[in-house]
Design a binder for this molecule. Structure first.
Ligand code: NDP
Ligand code: OXD
Length: 316
């Protein structure tokens, strides 16, 4: 090893350090890898950081940091650090496998709701054979996706191919065949008014925090169903429960929560119309992440531009 070997610091909870370090060691034996809470390291010697939600204040202690790599697609965990060194570029994880798995989760919960699978589960428990199942065709069921980015677009395309009537909302206008595009604050109300199922795949930024709140729910058609796979900070949880209990919303499938792990005392755990999963809609694969990090470092060293750079001002 030479002094020129690049040095990467993995900043994740210590029990996960090996999970991310092993594929890096295998694929790039020349990369010098340290992990917070596990290894002694010289802060001035760190070139790169790989993290998801670094301890606030950590990054500012690394004076020669060149790039930060996010383990996840969402980067709100970095901006939760008020001292994030904003001059250091941040590269997020964009991966087809991750998008496919997110789309699977969204399609699965849209179908469980649309096909009334919970009712059949209950009938099975009662050994009750009732073929009283009449639904409206998928083409008359309107699904709207908040966030038509990498993941939202793939989910919209998959649901469109199952015949659902699709729309999406983003900051800028999109042109996805078979998916009606609504853009910006001015079109949010018109978008919401036509969503029988509302899916949230937005990044969490100051503009999108608590976008799913009483005022938003009131703009949805009666009986609308919510799927949130983005961040818990998008939802005002008491407002959601109130809208379901009032009968305005028919239920929700939630993968992400304001506090994670979801506290035992949360009423979301036991609500009969809410499905809870523990932030597993899609989990970044360490080997794919390692391949991306190594490719990025090679590009940095060759002076080439990087893909998937986060716009630090915009927050995503
Ligand atoms: P992208 O950055 O590709 O897409 C984000 C989309 O949101 C874009 O269409 C963007 O609009 C839109 N958007 C952002 N801000 C606004 C706003 N203020 N108003 C309207 N639209 C807005 O992100 P990804 O699709 O890759 O990921 C989305 C999120 O999914 C992540 O940030 C993360 O939180 C979550 N996630 C959750 C996982 C889980 O396991 N639960 C796993 C992976 C991701 P425009 O295109 O016009 O810029
Ligand atoms: C992500 C996540 O943002 O896992 O990738 O939540």
């Amino acid at each position: 090893m030479t002094a020129e070997n690049p040095t990467l610091l993995i900043a994740v909870p210590p029990k996960w350090a090996a999970h991310w370090a092993e594929p890096l060691a295998e694929l790039a034996p020349d990369l010098r890898v340290f992990a917070t809470g596990r290894d002694e390291y010289d802060p001035a010697g760190i070139d790169y950081v790989l993290s998801f939600r670094p301890r606030p204040g950590l990054l500012k202690t690394l004076p020669n940091l060149k790039f930060v790599f996010s383990i996840g697609a969402g980067v709100d965990g970095f901006f939760a650090d008020p001292e994030y060194p904003r001059h250091v570029p941040l590269v997020r994880f964009v991966d087809r496998t991750l998008s496919v798995e997110m789309a699977q989760y969204i399609v699965m919960h849209a179908l469980i709701h649309y096909r009334e699978q919970r009712m059949f589960d209950a009938q099975q428990r009662e050994k009750s054979w009732r073929q009283n199942y009449i639904t409206q065709p998928a083409r008359d069921t309107r699904i709207g996706i908040l966030g038509l980015g990498e993941i939202g677009t793939m989910a919209a395309e998959r649901l469109r191919d199952l015949d659902f009537k699709m729309s999406g909302w983003s900051r800028t206008r999109k042109n996805v065949p078979g998916v009606k595009s609504f853009a910006g604050e001015a079109e949010l109300g018109a978008f919401l008014a036509q969503c029988d199922i509302l899916v949230c795949v937005l990044p969490l930024t100051p503009d999108t925090r608590h976008i799913l709140r009483a005022k938003t729910f009131a703009q949805l058609p009666k009986g609308a169903f919510i799927i949130n796979v983005a961040r818990g900070g998008h939802v005002n949880e008491p407002d959601l429960i109130a809208a379901i209990d009032a009968g305005h919303l028919s239920g929700a499938a939630l993968d992400v929560f304001e506090t994670e792990p979801l506290p035992e005392t949360s009423p979301l755990w036991t609500h009969p119309k809410i499905t809870v999963t523990p932030h597993v809609a899609a989990i970044s694969h360490p080997k794919i992440a390692a391949e991306q990090v190594i490719a990025c470092i090679a590009k940095v060293r060759a002076g080439e531009p990087l893909d998937n750079l986060v716009d630090i001002e915009r927050g995503y």
